[in-house]
Design a protein around this ligand. Sequence first.
Ligand code: FAD
Length: 281
Amino acid sequence: MSQDRRYSFEFFPTKTDAGHEKLIATARQLASYNPDFFSCTYGAGGSTRDRTLNTVLQLESEVKVPAAPHLSCVGDSKDDLRSLLTQYKAAGIKRIVALRGDLPSGMGMASGELRHANELVSFIREETGEHFHIEVAAYPEMHPQARNFEDDLRNFVRKANAGADSAITQYFFNADSYFYFVDRIRKLGVDIPVVPGIMPITNYSKLARFSDACGAEIPRWVRKQLEAYGDDASSIQSFGEEVITQMCERLLQGGAPGLHFYTLNQAEPSLAVWNNLKLPR
Ligand code: FAD
């Protein structure tokens, strides 16, 4: 496997001190695998503004792995965004994941001065030039609110043209959807790396809920098998590990430029896949 592929792990900022300590312990464990970076999600509308900032700073300074904050534009004013960019730049952060975001239910209609991620990418470039490596989101199975696949592809191209350096995909369980997406954007003249986002399978009901919300399709054969395991957590885990490992093998053999693991703040499920793939440490 090529050594110049990039591997990264994503966390979400926690609400409690105990949760935060667990996150940092997980990050320390993952750091020993020498990932290229960690990323930390952002609650659209600023609900995790301080927690995302503090987590990213601690990952950089104490865990000593480059950390990338996610930043979303719905519900945040340009002043809010500018202030965060200034703090990240001052702290030596070099990478940002730029998103539109989804406001949590109960926070009302989307507000904010920037409506789409391409506008956020342009804003970051206007404010900070080439300081940040900007990641954007990609949807091999189409964003759930897109009018259609072609429209979503055009919107992805806008993000690349606005100055995104690379992309991380929504998770999926069908490698062909990834290859098709990459092929289509290449034909539209976009050459930035598109790194598959990988969701380890550990819990069927949570996964089904997430997948419905974000538009990721769980193939029937996977769903039926997981349903049949019921509460048998260890069978779910070993079947999930096998399915995800095989998909990652196909992705890497087919030229994927790396993998980004959605850890949900747990080390073991991602590391099991990492070890099966014998990825470099
Ligand atoms: P956009 O690229 O703006 O696209 C959103 C929708 O609008 C799409 O349907 C698109 O086709 C359409 N569209 C885009 N541009 C235009 C335009 N100019 N005109 C008309 N239509 C347009 N959410 C969070 O809240 N916090 C996070 O930290 C977070 N991290 C994520 C990390 C990754 C890797 C991924 C894949 C998703 C993440 N999300 C996060 C979820 C994301 O915010 C949602 O999927 C959101 O609904 C869309 O964000 P986006 O950046 O893809 O939006």
